[in-house]
Design a protein around this ligand. Structure first.
Ligand SMILES: [Zn+2]
Length: 399
């Protein structure tokens, strides 16, 4: 936590003409007592076939990645990455030579939230605010994680917030509302996602699961850990499936969760997933780049979160160097805060954060790509096109 003076120095810069959009993006996590079995809506799965986008039609098998590592810094726009770049000469992100800009709009909104954009990435379909991989008609749409499973690949979801939160939920579940956290938890386990690590333990408990102890149920198939220490003590070669619920709800900022913890989580995931000769799909999210931007925190806080996330990028790119069939994507899901780095707003020479809003904004956000198919993500690309290209690269029929 930074000092009040620093926060004052770094945060107050709001033009009176700024109109704040109604903020519907990321509600505080509310427990839900509804727990519907996954198969009830799994029956409604449909793959919506869209136009071939992002380049030439008809890619060869050799151009397809064996594995995908999809890294999402929630709320991160160009200014967030600029702070990280200014803070180090060794930003791993700069090793990624394909750069694009994502238009994050959804089916019913211009300024987006985590749920609809992550859903667009996961399914190739733009949808409504709060939706978890259902289309505008509320019908579930097959996700890239589900397609990877069909292709025999292992799968993984990790985040610094509750594992049921919108971004991981959109890859591993279907729901008409992101607030259905118990249902989403149930779907993760029923679907058999190989590695699940984050917070959100409370939503697995009997009082949230209609009397069922979802942790006890999961232990039948999963190795289960509750602390970072237990995670570090694992011998990944002895683990087939991993459930790590490291916090009751959120794991918090770097100072709370521990510097490098997200990288350690990802190392463990890669050690497990790498054993699958068919490859894997892994999504890793840092939530705090969004949460701290909602709070309009100072540049040190944002920089710390981005640099901690960059260590995950470094790990992914080092893994890719040894496994060239791996596609690495790095992006956000929308920009948060209208972060800018204006001239003359501070007394020192260091870049500092100035904010336009405590909510999300609709500006284009950067996407970085490296590996087989990376060039398909360059230029200006819609969030649903990102998903369509991913589905095509993983061999969806008709793409
Ligand atoms: Zn947000």
């Amino acid at each position: 936590m930074e000092c009040a003076a620093a926060r004052l120095r770094h945060t107050i810069f709001r033009a009176s003409s700024v109109t704040r959009p109604a903020f519907r993006g990321d509600p505080v996590i509310q427990p839900t007592r509804s727990a519907r079995p996954a198969h009830a809506i799994a029956l409604g799965l449909s793959l919506l076939l869209g136009a071939c986008v992002g380049g030439q039609r008809g890619i060869g098998v050799q151009d397809r990645p064996t594995s995908v590592i999809f890294l999402i810094a929630d709320g991160a726009g160009a200014a967030h990455w600029t702070l990280a770049r200014f803070a180090t000469e060794d930003l791993a992100l700069e090793r990624m030579k394909t750069v694009g800009l994502v238009d994050t709009r959804g089916s019913d909104h211009v300024v987006s939230g985590s749920a609809p954009t992550a859903s667009a990435y996961a399914t190739g379909v733009r949808t409504f605010m709060g939706a978890i991989s259902v289309g505008p008609d509320s019908v579930p749409v097959k996700t890239v994680l589900e397609l990877a499973m069909e292709r025999g690949k292992s799968t993984g979801l990790m985040t610094t917030t509750a594992i049921q939160d919108a971004t991981p939920a959109a890859f591993g579940a279907h729901a008409v509302s992101r607030t259905r956290l118990a249902d989403i938890s149930r779907q993760f386990i029923d679907r058999g996602i190989t590695v699940l690590v984050g917070g959100g333990r409370r939503f697995f408990r009997p009082d949230m699961q209609g009397g069922n102890d979802l942790i006890a149920e999961a232990r039948g198939r999963y190795t289960y850990v509750e602390t970072v220490e237990e995670l570090m003590d694992l011998r990944p070669d002895t683990v087939d499936m991993l459930l790590g619920l490291l916090a009751e709800t959120e794991m918090g900022v770097v100072a709370d969760r521990g510097a490098g913890t997200l990288r350690k989580m990802t190392e463990t995931a890669l050690d497990i997933l790498d054993r699958d000769p068919d490859g894997f799909f892994l999504m890793v999210e840092n939530e705090e780049s969004d949460t701290q931007s909602h709070d309009n925190m100072g540049s040190e806080t944002i920089t710390t979160e981005m640099l901690d996330f960059d260590e995950v990028v470094r790990l992914a790119l080092d893994y890719q160097a040894e496994h060239p069939g791996t596609l690495v994507l790095v992006t956000g899901d929308h920009e948060t805060g209208g972060l800018s780095l204006p001239y003359g707003a501070g007394l020192e020479r260091a870049a500092f954060a100035a904010w336009a809003t405590p909510g999300h904004t609709g500006v284009l956000i950067p996407i970085f790509a490296s590996g087989p198919g990376a060039e398909r993500f360059g230029g200006i690309i819609r969030n649903d096109q990102v998903g369509q290209v991913l589905l095509e690269l993983l061999g969806a029929e008709g793409r």
